[in-house]
Design a protein around this ligand. Structure first.
Ligand SMILES: [Zn+2]
Ligand SMILES: [Zn+2]
Length: 187
């Protein structure tokens, strides 16, 4: 499994920040890329296999003293169903917005995620990979079902109940009910 640093390195996605801020680049600046799959990602106590390269589109716009970045991406992951543990394929599609600011700037908007650069000048090239990684992780669902009606596993013998009933007794008799039954029988 790749470390976060390795994944971000693999997903390097640079935009010409200085040219965008100074109006030398198209406005909004757009860039698309197909980022290689990062293999497996462990999150929410689940192991997600990224089974498709990640399609990413970024739109970067000068906004006040900052840069507004809209990230759209899609991919596909395989993850165990939260009830029956069968591998389940899932399309991931999401859009996130970030506002990048220089260290010296005041942050104004509260709607977007904010990134404060550790610099007083815009760099020639700004790597958006850390934010692509962050939004990818945020878009992973904490609970995945293979189907809305998944029956899960028998808590007793572990059989996948989607494949059929197991031979365990339907329901253990509740001892409190047994007492009640006895009471009824006595009186
Ligand atoms: Zn299931
Ligand atoms: Zn069973």
């Amino acid at each position: 499994m790749l470390s976060v640093e390795e994944a971000i390195e693999l997903w390097k996605f640079c935009v010409p920040a200085l040219s965008i801020v100074t109006g030398k680049a198209e406005d909004p600046y757009s860039k698309k890329a197909v980022l290689p799959s990062v293999g497996e990602v462990y999150h929410w106590s689940l192991l997600y296999s990224v089974v498709k390269p990640v399609d990413v589109a970024a739109s970067v716009l000068k906004l006040g003293s900052g840069l507004h970045v809209q990230l759209t991406f899609s991919t596909r992951v395989a993850v165990p169903c939260s009830r029956c543990l069968e591998e389940t394929s899932l399309a991931i599609q999401a859009q996130f917005s970030y506002l990048y600011f220089l260290r010296s700037e005041k942050i104004s908007s509260e709607e977007d995620f904010q990134v404060l650069l550790d610099s007083d000048r815009w760099p020639e090239s700004l790597d958006l990979a850390p934010q692509i990684w962050e939004s990818f992780i945020l878009s992973l669902p904490p609970k995945v079902l293979c189907s809305p009606g998944c029956k899960g596993l028998c808590p007793n013998c572990g059989q996948n109940l989607n494949a059929g009933r197991c031979s365990c007794k339907e329901e253990e008799e509740d001892p409190r009910l047994a007492v009640l039954k006895l009471y009824k029988e006595t009186f």
